[in-house]
Every structure is written in C-alpha cells, then in structure tokens.
Design a binder for this molecule. Structure first.
Ligand code: NAP
Length: 481
C-alpha cells in the first residue's frame, strides 16, 4: 500500500480527494508516496491560518522559536537514514549526495535556531544629548515559500529556518516532482511543537497554487527558487501588490580552466560540477572554458573520466550519477543533445538514453561532452539542467573572462588556476554571485550568503547572516531619557 501524505494546514494533517504520485525516477514502477493535491482553497486556508498565528509567533522570544528549530533538527537527525533514502528514491540523486543534503538541512535548522538568541539589530550613538537610538528586527509577516525539486530538502530548509526564526509564519509549496523531503521537515517541525498555523504545507500543481498564493490577502512576501520564466511571472504578480520578493533562478555556469591549473584536479572538478546530481544543480558547470594551450589534452581527459562514470540507481554503492528527475526533464536533455549535435557536432561521449537491464524503467541519460562549442551555440547559452557539458576554447585569460561573463545569467562561476594574480583578477571581474577557485562550481555551505546576480536572481541573498535581511525588517527607535 502506498502511503498517502496529507497537506498540513493550521496544525492539522488535511486529507483531500485528489492525489498525485511521487515516483522513483530510477524505477518508475515504484511509487514513493501519494500526495494530496492541494487546491487554491487550501492555499487560502493555509494563508489565513498563517495570518492568525502571526501575532503569537512574532511575539514569542527568539530563543523560544530557536528551541523549536533545534528540536526539529534532532527529530530529522533521528530519521537521517530513512529521510536520505527517501530523497534518493524520489529525486534520483545518489545516496551519498542525499545524505549530504539531509545533513545540510539539519545543520541549517541548527544554524538558524542559534540566530534566535542573537538576532542582531543596531545600536549607535546619537548626536543629541541623552538620546538613545537603536534599530531592532521585526518579522515581515506571512511568507510564501516556493521550492524546486533538485534540492528537495535543503532549499525548503534554507527558506523555512530563517523565515521562522525571524518570527514570520509560512505557507510552503514544494515541487511536485519531489515533495516528500520537504514534507519530512514539516513533520519534524510539527513533532517539535511548532504552534498551529505557523507552518503550513500545501503540495499540488504549481500554476494553480502559485497563482493562489501570490494573491492570498494575508501574504506579505514570497521567496521562490526555480526557473526563470516562473520567477519572472511571480515577480510581476507580486509587484502588483508590493509584496517583498526573493528569486533564485537559473544559471549557465562557467568554469575557466587556465593552462597553469593543477591539471588532474581541474579535470575532476569540472566533471564533478557538470555531472554529479545528474547536472541538476543550479550551480552546476555547463560551460568549461579552457585555455588554448591545454585545450586538446583537457578535452581528452574530461572525456576519458566521463566515460568511466557509473550511471545507475542512486541507491547502489559506486553509482556516481542517477537519473533525470522525470520524463520532461529527460526529454529536455535529449532535445538539447540533438540541438548540440546540429550546431556543435557529435558529442565526444554520451548523450543517449540508457535503457539496458535495470535502467529500463528509469530516466537515465549518459553524461554528454561536447567540444568546440562556440558562444553563439544554443548549448552554450541556454540552461539545460542536465548532464551536458559544453567545452569552449579560449585564446587566453582575457578571452576566457570575456566568454564567461558574456551571458545573461550570473549564478555561479569557477576558475582553475595556480596563479594568484589571475585568481584575484577573476574574483573582482567574474559576473556571478557565487565563485569557486580550484573547487567545483557547485558545493556551497550554509554559513555564507547564497545567490546570484544578473538574470539569475532578484532580491536579498539567502543563507548565512544575509538571510535575515529578507525575512525581517528594521524598526528604528529614538528614546530621550
Ligand atoms: P520550476 O518549474 O520553476 O518550479 C519551481 C517551483 O515553482 C515548483 O514548486 C513549481 O511547482 C512551482 N511553480 C510552477 N509554476 C508556478 C507558477 N506559475 N507559480 C508559482 N509557482 C509555480 O523549476 P524546477 O523545474 O522545479 O527547478 C529547476 C529550476 O530551478 C532550474 O532553472 C534551476 O536553475 C532552478 N534552481 C535555482 C536555484 C538557485 O538557487 N538559483 C536552486 C535550485 C534550482 P510544480 O513542481 O508543481 O510545477
């Protein structure tokens, strides 16, 4: 019997008549769970409950709010193995990747739980005699959180935790392709004793629920992570009501490889960033921009390493790359491979759907490497969000910088070099919000600001101390004594 996961509204687990299935992309015959398909009315009820709960939650002390997050982290920690395996089964990433993500979610809950005891404001001296002036933080109110499937636990965690610690109440709408990982966090918060109405969870079709959420009267803010078209639409809707909005969207992230790079490490970093998590990371490398002097050797080494990648069910030890998350995503990848074939020539490896043996019921695609990709080619310009790497040739460092920045996106960017001056030059000139040097472009931690620039992002950054800027407002006080 498939377990049915209800929505969570006003502290109650709410059943419904319509359900949708959360299927394993590695083996679509397995239904991981059935979710209640929420409606616009459910969103309205959730937003109303969040509105009613706001005064109580905002009025609780920061440490008291923090205690609930600490308890939720402990509850999730006790289910660590189960929740990690569920993530692999619903999203497809390998078990070690899923474990890393669940650990990160637990750490995020604890990190922001601690912020409840700090909640930094401002205290500055006045120019006037015996005037005491300070600014304290207050919540913004009911906040809508809309999350994607590719980090189905960490992204909900990195929105929920700062929103709650700042005293906001929330309505969370998870991605339909992988809602269970977020559901487990909500379950943990419920078991931790979060007051009714403070956290609400409504799963279901993004178009219908997103429209209802952005129109819900109690809403004051929306935090969204997902694709550019949806984010841009939400921005337009939210602006009509002057909702505070934060958008983290797509990327087309470059890794520059200079001739002086530590060669083997650079190869491994590019392959890791391009193909781990099936290339379905917003910070994944999709363009390797390689200096002419090492171009041929680098392409050869990347192809050789990529051919050795073990693709399969992420639950199996040794598998390095799982399936695409669903059929639509797989078809998108295969479509871009065809476009790449026409514009850039045959991929040097990969690009086919894999259906042999145990892979027959999954959405598996061989990791694909295209070489001699030029800036005007579609696979060098559009986000694919799958295991497709475009390798581009750069005459020198200046040319590589120009190619890397010549794109509307600005999420993450990386350089592989042993030259310190070049590394600093790159830090100041790279047009992206997240930079890595001699590391894969993907693989961030929660203690520092996260987010992009240009068309990839809008609004204050997420994670680290920066997250408080979106989820709270200042109240400035002047006091004569
Ligand atoms: P998506 O299709 O935009 O969906 C994201 C979320 O929005 C899902 O919960 C989706 O619900 C919901 N949604 C869909 N239509 C909506 C609408 N009209 N109004 C409101 N919400 C709506 O993106 P995705 O395919 O899940 O994720 C992949 C994208 O996310 C990629 O572009 C990737 O780069 C980006 N991403 C960015 C970051 C970052 O930090 N910059 C991180 C991760 C992913 P349904 O699932 O029900 O459709």
């Amino acid at each position: 019997m498939t377990e049915i996961f209800p929505n969570y509204i006003n502290g109650e687990w709410v059943k419904g008549t319509a359900l949708f299935e959360d299927r394993n992309p590695a083996d679509t015959s397995e239904v991981v769970g059935s979710f209640v398909k929420g409606t616009a009315e459910d969103i309205d009820a959730a937003a109303a409950a969040a509105g009613a709960a706001l005064a109580g939650w905002a009025g609780a002390s920061g440490p008291a709010r923090g205690n609930i997050l600490f308890r939720a982290a402990d509850i999730l920690d006790k289910k660590f193995d189960q929740v990690s395996a569920e993530m692999t089964r619903e999203e497809g990433k390998t078990l070690p990747e899923a474990k890393g993500e669940v650990r990160r979610s637990i750490n995020i809950l604890r990190y922001f739980a601690g912020e409840g005891s700090r909640m930094p404001g401002m205290l500055v001296p006045s120019e006037r005699d015996r005037v005491h002036m300070f600014a304290l933080r207050k919540p913004i109110g009911v906040t809508g959180l809309i999350t994607p499937w590719n980090f189905p636990s960490a992204i909900p965690a990195w929105k929920l935790a700062p929103a709650l610690i700042c005293g906001n109440t929330v309505v969370l709408k998870p991605a339909s392709a992988a809602p269970l990982s977020a559901w487990r966090i909500v379950e943990a918060l419920h078991e931790a004793g979060v007051p009714k109405g403070v956290v609400n969870f409504v799963a279901g079709a993004g178009g219908e629920l997103g429209q209802a959420l952005v129109a819900a009267a109690p809403l004051k803010a929306v935090s969204f992570t997902g694709s550019c078209p949806v984010g841009n639409w939400l921005h337009a809707e939210a602006s009509k009501r002057r909702l505070r909005i934060q958008l983290e969207m797509g990327g087309k992230n470059p890794t520059i490889v200079l001739a002086d790079a530590a060669f083997d490490a650079a190869v491994e970093n590019v392959v890791n960033a391009a193909f781990f998590s099936t290339g379905q990371k917003c910070t994944a490398t999709s363009r390797a921009i390689v200096e002419d002097a090492i171009y041929d050797r680098f392409v050869e080494a990347v192809v050789e390493r990529t051919r050795r990648m073990k693709v399969g069910n992420g639950m199996e030890p040794g598998v390095e790359m799982g399936p695409c998350v669903d059929q639509a995503q797989m078809e998108t990848v295969l479509r871009y491979v065809e476009i790449g074939r026409k514009e850039s020539g045959q991929p040097l490896c990969g690009g086919r759907r894999l259906t042999d043996g145990a892979l027959a019921n999954g959405y598996f695609v061989e990791p694909a490497v295209f070489a001699n990709v030029r800036e005007e080619h579609t696979i060098a310009r559009e986000e694919i969000f799958g295991p497709v790497l475009a390798i581009m040739r750069a005459a020198n460092f200046e040319d590589a910088m120009r190619i890397a920045n010549n794109i509307p996106f600005g999420l993450s960017s990386s350089i592989q070099t042993t030259n310190l001056s070049r590394a600093f030059e790159y830090i100041y000139r790279a047009e992206a919000g997240l930079l890595t040097i001699n590391l894969p472009s993907a693989g961030v931690e929660y203690q520092l600001p996260f987010g992009g620039t240009k068309d990839s992002s809008f609004g204050p950054k997420e994670q680290g101390p920066a997250a408080l800027e979106f989820y709270s407002d200042y109240k400035t006080v002047y006091l004569k004594y």
